[in-house]
Design a binder for this molecule. Structure first.
Ligand code: FAD
Ligand code: SF4
Ligand code: SF4
Length: 820
């Protein structure tokens, strides 16, 4: 008869131990799992993205019911174990089930700490631990307006971010002076606080909660200093406590957690424990990385194959808030340690490394965390950094002019951890690529679980695929079909359009055997763009294959009206233009006139039927469409430069106007933004644009691939040039390369991350290639620089654009392409 294993706790650690056990000793045990939650095993750390609306619950399930069935595991969900009888070796559950065991594994996790303040038990006061908490928060976002989060640690800030994403007014209260003070030093904490406050989250540090108040439900939080904050919801995120009650009642040795030895065995030889509930050598943990190490040891112990035992885990932390990069490991308060600090205020980057006895004792990275795994590995290995100390802060690529982000990953040892959530190291991933034939992130995920969780490591996995497979790795979407209408990838379709001399959408669909008659809302705009790019002048734009904004040449707003943005070259305007805009605003009763972030004026609330007349009036004053709706050139933002500014070294306004005159009207895979700053103070924020120009004493620095918005990316430096003519030529060549190479709807930032900066540099810095690209760009511009407003206002374009969109795939249900 098989031995009986009962697992109490259906969470991350318990099930990981079962997975490891099944791998090393399949069929050895009859396994029964009790879970207090009513769900199969899910990835708890992904509750933050679920709360932020970035993932659904289904997407974070690690093992569905079918997995338990397939492995012959009996699962009782929603039925917590209430008692253990170690002498009789029986557990009893809340529903009254009794199950006998030979080995028992406790994996009951921890519970949120509740502050002992009056009102802590009021309805509307919750922790952030499980799906039920997320559901409660989601409900609160629908009915309430104000949320207070107590505690600005990892969980508190992720909760605050998620609640703010749902439109709640969020105040975070933190007892200490620095947020995430266990992971961040003061400087990084201040940067993070500034970023979160910039996103509308209020943070009060040194805030001591006196009471939570409300009539039958939470209504406000009172601080010791008398301040009162309205609250329809209070999330307590002030820490966790290992769940020890069950073990204690069973007579097991319990301290802060359930005490285990190096073999993960408790004071009862038949009972093991794993995860956040344990205390090992006086240490408890609150991150997943230690669980993977513990789970392996548990599996070895249960399988009877022993092993080296568990000796503790050094942990690193990353914050999962989209667009904020924070990495921290080790200590930053070590007496006698030296500091190496790097700050780049313009890029919002801060790095600090603590060195003690020539070894890294701690790392804090903010804004650029790409080298985090490299430092972390050296920290864990206790490697001496004596010989590289001078350049350590610049990462593994220090000194290399052509710093290649993939090189940092290639330089890591096999033991370097790539996926912290699932404890997968570089060697395992590289082995899967080499031995199991993995050619995509999906393949790697299936074989190793790397990047199956929060996804922060997806970029690293891609770089490993690139460095292991070399040129044969074509990037991610390369291997996926363009959409359900075809089995061809984007890259295939582009290639075959040119190879087959295909010059219309029907011709492409015919030759490439599209499986639908008309295509769909995904492939039609992409095909329209690819054809336009391949055959300038020859291909006639298909308006019906465009997004609504591009068809009507204005941005549709949430109330169905439109916004109209005339072009202001380089952000410059004059009294005549301003007068014409004012007249239009009055004549057509435009309710809102707004200056945009791209230095233009937006007329919001225009009625669709007034659009042609508005355009005609603006045209008459010499203004053209600003293409504020287009997958094409948007704006060229400028600072006042040497024309007015005492710091300016070059004429940035003139440069910006020249660039905009050259590039307006172009269609690109996605929107394209530029900026020109007159000196390195960079007032035009040129280093977060698709193409940014920063004047220096001897000329102009050209930066590419930057992005603001959700996922901020600072540009890569392409090169330095001397004259305005060169800036124009490099810019045209870069845009043309992006137009010809990137996939439809791919911004320059992910494009560069995918293919790397090197191939772009190689072509743009090569004179013959650059000139050829620039020539092709100007040739295509000769067809594209027609003002759509003038065309439409003059009646040269028929009114079909204003009719509802054509139906692509199902005549009965009109398809509306999503607005930008
Ligand atoms: C919102 C959130 C975000 C996080 N983000 C990160 C992150 O980015 N990185 C990171 O490393 N870590 C993160 N963590 C921490 C990580 O999720 C935990 O370290 C990990 O889940 C602990 O695993 P565990 O199995 O010990 O506990 P759990 O995953 O909590 O599993 C314990 C399970 O046991 C059940 N249980 C308890 N008592 C009983 C009983 N008597 N009978 C039956 N079942 C019982 C519980 O209901 C629970 O389902 C995060 C945690 C949260 C809540
Ligand atoms: S390293 Fe993460 S923290 Fe982590 S992406 Fe991998 S699965 Fe997640
Ligand atoms: S970037 Fe330089 S030149 Fe331009 S406004 Fe700022 S300080 Fe002046």
């Amino acid at each position: 008869m098989k031995e009986r294993l009962v697992v109490v706790g259906n969470g991350m650690a318990g099930i990981r131990a079962v997975e490891d056990l099944l791998a090393s000793a399949p069929g050895r045990y009859d396994i029964t799992v009790f879970g207090a939650e009513p769900h199969p095993n899910y990835n708890r750390i992904m509750l933050s993205p679920v709360l932020a609306g970035e993932k659904t619950f289904d997407q974070i399930i690690l093992n569905g019911h079918d997995w338990y069935e397939a492995n012959g595991i009996t699962l009782y969900t929603g039925d917590g174990v209430t008692a253990i009888d170690p002498a009789a070796r029986i557990v009893t559950s809340a529903s009254g089930r009794t199950v006998a065991y030979d080995k028992l594994l406790l994996a009951v996790g921890s519970t949120p700490v509740v502050l002992p303040v009056p009102g802590a038990g009021l309805p509307g006061v919750i922790g952030f631990r499980d799906l039920a908490d997320v559901d409660a928060m989601m409900d609160a976002t629908r009915t309430g307006r104000n949320a207070v989060v107590i505690g600005a640690g990892l969980l508190g800030l992720e909760a605050a971010n998620g609640l703010a994403a749902h439109g709640m007014t969020v105040t975070v209260l933190h007892l200490m002076g620095t947020i995430m003070e266990r992971q961040l030093d003061e400087a990084a904490g201040a940067l993070l606080q500034g970023e979160l406050e910039g996103r509308g989250i209020s943070i009060i540090t040194r805030a001591q909660t006196a009471a939570i108040e409300g009539d039958g439900r939470v209504q406000r939080v009172r601080l010791n200093d008398g301040r009162v904050i309205d609250a329809d919801l209070v999330v307590m995120a002030v820490g966790i406590r290992p769940a020890t009650a069950l073990a204690k009642a069973a007579g097991l040795e319990v301290n802060r957690g359930i005490v285990v030895n190096d073999r993960m065995v408790t004071s009862d030889p038949n009972i093991l424990a794993v995860g956040e509930c344990v205390e090992h050598r006086g240490q408890t943990y609150g991150l997943v990385a230690p669980l993977w190490d513990m789970a392996k040891v548990v599996a070895g112990e249960l399988a009877g194959i022993g092993g080296a035992g568990y000796h503790g885990t050094v942990t690193a932390t990353r914050l999962k808030v989209t667009g904020i990069e924070v990495f921290s490991a080790g200590t930053f308060n070590e007496p006698g340690a030296d500091d190496i600090v790097f700050r780049d205020a313009a890029r919002g980057v801060y790095k600090r490394i603590l060195i003690k006895d020539n070894r890294i004792a701690g790392v804090v990275l903010y804004g650029d965390t790409a080298d985090g795994p490299w430092y972390f590995q050296m920290l864990k290995d206790g490697e001496s950094v004596e010989t590289i100390r001078d350049t350590l802060i610049f990462g593994p690529n220090a000194g290399a002019v052509d710093a290649d982000p993939a090189a940092a990953v290639a330089a890591l040892p096999d033991s370097a951890e790539i996926c912290g959530c699932n404890g997968v190291c570089k060697g395992t991933i590289v082995a899967a690529i080499r031995d199991k034939g993995c050619t995509s992130v999906d393949d790697v995920r299936t074989h190793t679980k790397a990047s199956a969780s929060c996804g922060n490591c997806t970029g690293l996995v891609e770089k490993l695929l690139a460095s292991t497979l070399g040129a044969s790795y074509a990037g991610e979407s390369a291997s996926r079909p363009m959409c359900k209408c075809t089995h061809h990838t984007h890259d295939d379709v582009r290639r075959l359009i040119v190879a087959g001399n295909l010059k219309s959408i029907p011709a492409v669909m015919q030759a490439l055997e599209w499986t639908t008659a008309e295509g769909c809302a995904s492939c039609r705009p992409a095909l329209n763009y690819y054809l336009m790019c391949a055959w300038p002048g020859d291909y006639r734009d298909d308006a019906q294959s465009r997004y609504i904004n591009e068809r009507v040449h204005a941005n549709i707003q949430k109330d169905g009206t439109y916004s109209v943005v005339p072009r202001m070259w380089g952000g410059l305007t004059n009294p005549a233009e301003l007068r014409a805009i004012a007249d239009v605003a009055e004549r057509y009763a435009i309710p809102t006139v707004k200056v945009t972030g791209g230095q233009r004026i937006d007329l919001l609330g225009a009625r669709k039927e007034d659009l042609p007349a508005i355009w005609a009036d603006l045209n008459a004053a010499g203004m053209v469409s600003g293409h504020a709706y287009a997958k094409g050139l948007r704006t060229v933002k400028t600072c006042v430069g040497s024309e007015w500014c005492r710091f300016g070294t070059q004429a940035s306004m003139d440069m910006g106007v020249r660039l905009e005159r050259m590039t307006w009207g172009t269609w690109t895979p996605h929107k394209f933004k530029m900026a020109v700053s007159g000196c390195p103070r960079n007032c035009a924020e040129a280093t977060i644009k698709d193409f940014g120009v920063v004047a220096v004493d001897s000329g102009w620095e050209l930066h590419v691939g930057g992005n603001g918005g959700m996922k901020v990316r600072a540009c890569d430096l392409l090169c330095k040039v001397e004259t305005m003519e060169e800036v124009e030529e490099y810019c045209g060549a870069f845009i043309q390369m992006y137009r010809e190479d990137a996939r439809y709807l791919e911004r320059t930032a992910p494009w560069i991350e995918r293919i790397g900066l090197e191939p772009i540099r190689a072509r743009i810095l090569n004179e013959a290639d650059r000139k050829a690209l620039h020539r092709r760009f100007l040739h295509s511009q000769s067809f594209e620089q027609t003002d759509p407003w003038a065309e439409r206002a003059s009646g040269r374009v028929d009114a079909h654009e204003f009719a509802p969109l054509a139906t692509f795939d199902a005549p009965a249900t009109p398809t509306t392409l999503a607005a930008e």
